[in-house]
Design a protein around this ligand. Structure first.
Ligand SMILES: CC(C)(COP(=O)(O)OP(=O)(O)OC[C@H]1O[C@@H](n2cnc3c(N)ncnc32)[C@H](O)[C@@H]1OP(=O)(O)O)[C@@H](O)C(=O)NCCC(=O)NCCS
Length: 162
C-alpha cells in the first residue's frame, strides 16, 4: 500500500536524497537544472509516494519553462527507490501528475529522458525544441495535454519568468 501525496516543504531534502541515490553523480550539472535554478516548482504537481510506514518510495517534480515564449511544464526529476523499481510506481506518478496538469489547464509538457520508457505515456520526440546544450536532441520529448498542444510551439527552452 502506498500513499500518494503532494510534496511539502518538509519533504524537500528527503526527495533530494532519493534523487541522489537514483541518478548518477553530478545530476545537477545537467542542462535541465539550469532551467530550474531560482524558479519555484509547480507545487501542486510535485508528488511523493510513501509506503505504509511512511518511507519515501518515489517522487516526481515539475517546473514551469517557456518554449519559444510559450508556457510548458518540464517534467522531472522522477525517481523510484531502487528496491521498488518495476512495480509501476514511476508510471503511477507520471500518469497521476499529467492528469492533474490537464485539470489545471496546462497545455503541454516536456522532459529530457529515455523515449523507450516515456513513449508508453504518449511522449514523442519534439522537433525544433532546443534545450540548453549539451542535450541530446533525441532525448527531448513532449506530450500535448490539450489537442494540438505542441502545434507551432518551437524554439529555445528558457526559464519561466514567474
Ligand atoms: C525510470 C523510473 C522512474 C521508472 O520507474 P519504475 O517504477 O521503475 O517503472 P515502472 O514500474 O513504471 O515501469 C517499469 C517498466 O519500465 C521499463 N523502464 C524503466 N526504465 C526504463 C528506461 N530508462 N528505458 C526504457 N524502459 C525503462 C522497465 O523495463 C519496465 O518495463 P516493462 O513494463 O516492459 O517490464 C525508475 O526506474 C528510476 O527511478 N530510475 C532511476 C532514475 C531515472 O532514470 N529516472 C528517469 C530519468 S529520465
Amino acid at each position: 500500500m502506498y500513499r500518494l501525496e503532494e510534496e511539502t516543504e518538509a519533504d524537500w531534502w528527503e526527495v533530494e536524497a532519493l534523487y541522489d541515490l537514483c541518478f548518477a553523480p553530478g545530476r545537477t550539472a545537467l542542462s535541465s537544472y539550469r532551467l530550474r535554478e531560482g524558479v519555484p516548482t509547480v507545487a501542486s504537481l510535485c508528488l511523493v509516494l510513501r509506503d505504509a510506514e511512511g518511507v519515501l518510495a518515489a517522487a516526481i517534480r515539475y517546473w514551469p519553462v517557456e518554449v519559444g515564449g510559450q508556457d510548458a511544464l518540464l517534467l522531472g526529476p522522477v525517481a523510484v527507490h531502487p528496491t521498488r523499481q518495476g512495480e509501476g510506481l514511476g508510471a503511477l506518478l507520471i500518469t497521476e501528475s499529467l492528469a492533474a496538469a490537464r485539470r489545471l489547464g496546462w497545455e503541454r509538457a516536456m522532459l529530457v529522458g529515455d523515449a523507450p520508457y516515456y513513449s508508453r505515456f504518449g511522449f514523442h520526440k519534439l522537433e525544433g525544441v532546443e534545450m540548453p546544450p549539451p542535450t541530446n536532441p533525441e532525448r527531448v520529448l513532449g506530450i500535448a495535454l490539450v489537442r494540438d498542444g505542441w502545434q507551432g510551439v518551437q524554439g529555445a527552452v528558457t526559464r519561466a519568468n514567474g
